[in-house]
Design a protein around this ligand. Sequence first.
Ligand code: NAP
Length: 363
Amino acid sequence: MKEKKPIGILGATGVVGQNYIKLLQNHPWFQIVDVAASPKSSGKKYEEAVKTKWQMPISIPSDIKDLIVRDVQDFKSIPSGVSLMFSAITMPTKEKIKELEFKYAEKGIVVISNNSAHRWTPDVPMIIGEINYDHINVIPIQQQRRGFSKGFVSVKPNCSVQSYMTPIYALEKAGYKVEKMIVTTLQAVSGAGYPGVPSLDIIDNIIPYINGEEEKSEKEPLKILGTVTDSGIVNNDSIQISTTCTRVPVADGHIACINLKFKDNKPTIEEILKIWKEFKSVPQELNLPFAPKQPIIYLEEIDRPQPKKDRDNDKGMAVTIGRLRKDNVFDVKFVALSHNTIRGAAGGAILNAELLVAKGFIK
Ligand code: NAP
């Protein structure tokens, strides 16, 4: 690409927004020129707006710290030439977010969102680059139906499903259809945003409930494995999923413990390991800048994966798995890990943007 695309971040001052700022430094295709947030931050220099809440292990990049934060509702001040916005906002209601993201699309801007507001809109794709890259084919349907010329909305799924959906898809693709799965997640505190869970609630503790998370992790895989039709994406309801989601005192990295039951065709442990080791998909074939070289990394050590040691594998974009073994009730069980704010949020969305550029959907 000769010139970098000027892009913006909605919710640039939050945990996910800050991750975009860290990850997009020196990105070969994208250049941040616009940072937007709530009226509380707007009008301030970015450095001032995040003064007490900057969480990244780097200083604020010099080309970002003096940018003036725009109010997300101030469309007149969007810098000219911006055709892509990453959205990492929270708002009082999902309806407000839906409306806002569609308003950007209406103005010709592509929105790639981390928020759950549009995950159930049938003509909005919910993409994991290695799995349902073909769901981008619903975009022309969205544009035609809603009268968008160049803009559209595309979303990322919930951060807790990232670690197990790629390995499960790899098995499904190899012909081993999953019938049932039980998933227990151990989710990091950064998943709750800033300031998130009060320290006295989480230090020395585990909270066995995350509002809305179990519903999302039971429903979203069905859309991800769904099919594009003329009326939008139709879910694949063939897998029964039951989840329990917990919050644990870990800074970054969501773990999931998964028990799987296959339909008729059951793979051996050796076959599963071979499928995971050899799995590659479109982001790897296209050699996209944020694509992990090996999307699924299997660790043989009995006590891995661990968030602290393994969440940053391949710059936080790989899924790390371990402890694959026979299950006495279902067929097999394993433990999976992914970095929630990178693969599960900003990094995953950047990969989706790269895919959309490579496929000609972002001009
Ligand atoms: P966060 O730290 O609470 O940040 C929220 C952002 O939204 C801030 O920039 C905030 O701006 C802005 N905001 C709040 N109220 C607003 C309003 N009324 N109008 C406009 N902007 C407003 O949250 P986060 O963890 O970054 O999460 C952002 C989104 O990503 C959420 O939808 C979340 O569910 C999703 N997500 C998070 C993760 C994760 O691991 N954290 C993973 C996947 C998806 P101010 O600073 O000005 O208040």
